[in-house]
Design a protein. Sequence first.
Length: 148
Amino acid sequence: MRLRVEYEFHRTGPGHAGRYQASIALHSDVLGVGTRLAGAEISGSKTCAKQGVSATVLRVVDRFSSSSLARELDGAIPREVGVARFVLVHQAAVLATASVPLPLQPRWAGKKLFGLHLDTSVELLNWTGDVDSLLDSRNTVGTLGPRM
């Protein structure tokens, strides 16, 4: 599920009380597009700003492990839903364009990718239904977020 990741920083304020905002850009070579997410402006350092925006992306990806993805994303802010859509479409493209050797499947289940960790077929069907609704197959590309 490799994505290229780049960070950009914006600094405001005087030298002794600088505020930083980090943006993370996720690039999918498989899709040929990317998306960007800006973090909150914080006092401190570039490192703190980078950790904050990275934590947001990790929280979004962690939501994929829920058996009810729709419920997990129900209260999410639109920019987080955009990142979720982007990552899910990227995962699907990776699966469609690469053969996945059988030894990788348990590792993917352990990382809770693509619902492979769910215990029952009913949970998996519910999860895939939630993904389908989230992606809205009629307009997926237009909802990936800003193109890079």
